[in-house]
Design a protein around this ligand. Structure first.
Ligand SMILES: C[S@@+](CC[C@H](N)C(=O)[O-])C[C@H]1O[C@@H](n2cnc3c(N)ncnc32)[C@H](O)[C@@H]1O
Length: 190
């Protein structure tokens, strides 16, 4: 394999891929939001046979990695079993908002949550925890086994569906089952 230069803890992709597969063994379609070059997506596919799309406007993914060159919006989440935001920068808020409908793993690297408040790492995680908890969702703190401090994050689970929810409307995979995900289709839901 060619050598690629990555900033930060280089093993974060492998460690995160292992965590995804262990924590969500039934996930078949994953969004690697703000995935950069797509190393996490590549590992999820190669090691665990999990279909993974990078969604990142930078458009510099490694060869063979499925990618959508666009800014991420929470409305895209319904196509996936799981949304992962590994150091997602400006995509932090839509990644967290995705947890209204699908499980999310998010490891923020810096404060792209609040423009009004300076938030250190602990305060940032607390703000996201409070936000999602107020929606009725479950929050689990995680520390992954790569070099910190940017190895701390959250697993966010969607709030339970209300009892009066229309049972004919699937909670997620709205257009995904049996359908190839395309840039065109994604553009339609944006
Ligand atoms: C710090 S890098 C992290 C890349 C990769 N996840 C990693 O850990 O190496 C942040 C990435 O966020 C992407 N990004 C910024 N705004 C975004 C948005 N609105 N939607 C999706 N990706 C975005 C950038 O293009 C960049 O690749």
């Amino acid at each position: 394999m060619a050598r690629h230069a990555f900033h930060g803890a280089a093993d974060r992709f492998a460690v995160t891929a292992d965590f995804v597969a262990e924590r969500f063994p039934d996930a078949r379609f994953v969004a690697d939001v703000a995935g950069g070059q797509g190393m996490l997506a590549r590992l999820l596919r190669k090691r665990y046979n999990i279909d993974t799309d990078v969604i990142d406007p930078r458009g510099w993914t490694l060869k063979g990695v499925s990618s959508q060159v666009t800014e991420y919006a929470a409305e895209m989440a319904g196509y996936y079993d799981l949304v992962v935001g590994l150091h997602p920068d400006q995509a932090l808020r839509p990644v967290v908002d995705s947890a209204r409908t699908v499980p999310v793993i998010v490891l923020p690297c810096c404060n792209f949550w609040s423009a009004d408040h300076r938030l250190g790492r602990a305060a940032l995680l607390a703000a996201i925890t409070d936000h999602h908890g107020a929606l009725g969702g479950a929050v689990e703190s995680i520390t992954l086994s790569f070099d910190g401090p940017m190895n701390r994050g959250l697993v966010l689970l969607p709030p339970p569906r209300p009892p009066d929810a229309d049972p004919s409307v699937p909670p997620r995979h709205a257009g995904r089952v049996g359908e190839e995900l395309t840039g065109q289709r994604l553009a339609e839901v944006k």
